[in-house]
Ligand binder design. Structure first.
Ligand SMILES: Nc1ncnc2c1ncn2[C@@H]1O[C@H](COP(=O)(O)OP(=O)(O)OP(=O)(O)O)[C@@H](O)[C@H]1O
Ligand SMILES: [Mg+2]
Length: 227
């Protein structure tokens, strides 16, 4: 039996022109674990997250998910992996403005070919868990920032992903709303057994993690959590 973590980045290097974004970066994420990726602006955090999630292909090095080499997959295989196994939450929810919050949360299930009734029933359950059931019928332009992020978290979790990738999910919120989103995000992920890769600048947000990885100039360093 393998003891390798669920998701592994090994010796990742990535440059954009002459800018070195990642320089032999490495990290692992165990099933169900919440890992905070911290570091100064421009240090390579988002690039590392994008490589782990199969959105960006590194110049060299490997990403492995459940022992499968993501970096060697075709585009089709990689998008199937993202759609089936991963969930995403970004700084600004990136909800579809024309759809209601309920339809936004149901959308990934619809894309996975679940019927409308069943998809919306499950979406309602997730809106309730994230304490935003009251905005189900509103469009994203008609909810607060904190509510929008909680809808985005519901959308990320609705497909029961194995890994949630969150890049500054509370970066646009005040501290009270930020704390609430983090509590609900980490509680929900733990409830459904999903691992979380959480990019953040804020020590307060990182305190919700099990472990921290610090990125500096594209290099990674692991720290035991101080939380
Ligand atoms: N698509 C791109 N094209 C060119 N340069 C890029 C691109 N993406 C990232 N970079 C550069 O790579 C480096 C790492 O960027 P990255 O976005 O990973 O940093 P970050 O740690 O997420 O920063 P922030 O905290 O500001 O979001 C930076 O110097 C950035 O300017
Ligand atoms: Mg970033």
């Amino acid at each position: 039996m393998s003891t390798e973590p669920l998701l592994v980045a090994d010796q990742l290097t990535k440059s954009f022109g002459s800018t070195v974004a990642l320089d032999r970066a490495a990290m692992g994420v165990a099933a169900g674990e919440v890992v905070a990726v911290m570091g100064p602006s421009g240090s390579g955090k988002s690039t590392l997250l994008h490589c782990l999630a199969g959105i960006v292909t590194p110049d060299s090095g490997q990403v492995r998910y459940q022992g499968r080499e993501v970096t060697a997959m075709s585009d089709t295989e990689r998008s199937a992996l993202r759609r089936g196994e991963f969930g995403f939450v970004f700084q600004f929810g990136q909800l579809v403005p024309e759809l209601t919050c309920l339809e936004n949360v149901a959308l990934p299930l619809r894309l996975n070919r679940l019927g409308r009734r069943a998809a919306e029933r499950r979406a309602v359950e997730w809106l309730e868990r994230l304490e935003v059931a009251e905005v189900a019928g509103n469009r994203p332009g008609e909810v607060s920032g904190g509510q929008g992020q909680r809808v985005a978290v519901a959308r990320a979790l609705v497909t029961a992903p194995k890994v949630i990738f969150a890049d500054e999910p509370t970066g646009a919120l005040d501290s009270l709303n930020g704390e609430q989103v983090m509590r609900l995000l980490t509680d929900s992920a733990r409830h459904s057994g999903a691992a979380v890769v959480l990019v953040t600048h804020e020590a307060r947000v990182a305190a919700y993690s099990d472990r921290e990885v610090v990125v500096r100039d594209g290099r990674t360093r692991s720290l035991a959590s101080t939380a």
